[in-house]
Design a protein around this ligand. Sequence first.
Ligand SMILES: CC(C)(COP(=O)(O)OP(=O)(O)OC[C@H]1O[C@@H](n2cnc3c(N)ncnc32)[C@H](O)[C@@H]1OP(=O)(O)O)[C@@H](O)C(=O)NCCC(=O)NCCS
Length: 166
Amino acid sequence: MAPVIRPIEPRDLPEIQAELETHWHSTQIWSLGRMHQADALPGFVAEVNGAFAGLVTLNMDPGGWQCEVITLSSRMPAGGVGAALLAAAERHARAAGCRRIFLTTTNDNTHAMRFYQRQGWCFCTLHKGIVDRVRTVITDLPLLGFHGIQVRDEIEFERWLADSAN
Ligand SMILES: CC(C)(COP(=O)(O)OP(=O)(O)OC[C@H]1O[C@@H](n2cnc3c(N)ncnc32)[C@H](O)[C@@H]1OP(=O)(O)O)[C@@H](O)C(=O)NCCC(=O)NCCS
């Protein structure tokens, strides 16, 4: 069944906190050296048969020319939830007048790197060692990630919204 995508509502807070804890072990998400309180961000929820099936959270840059996807997660692997949430984020950014939407994932997350490229997003920047630098301050960031890979870097992906070729 195709997921239903809707904006986050206040009643979603317990599911959102559980989702963030499941995937990031915290509601505080680090990206590009900045901490985001992700359970307070706007975004979209996916529902399948009325049940919570996934979440995307977003941060609009001041001035609104670009938008960052802070988290994206799905409770239904390979069911179209991730793609539908990412498409909703892109539509939202475009409607808000953003020229660019971007996100980072960590160097261990090979599944996400494949997923974003399959969705038409492009690598743009390697932020080498940025997680190691944040870890000197936030000492409880996990050292090992997926596949036992040491988490060191953020890989930035982007999509230019004004350019249909990208
Ligand atoms: C990355 C993530 C969000 C993808 O979510 P997802 O719901 O599995 O994504 P989708 O179902 O939309 O797409 C995944 C694959 O399933 C396929 N798929 C979608 N619907 C399908 C269906 N009905 N039948 C079979 N395959 C299907 C898609 O085509 C895609 O395959 P492809 O990569 O070969 O193109 C998910 O794996 C996740 O939550 N990961 C953990 C959190 C994370 O790491 N997030 C990213 C870091 S910010």
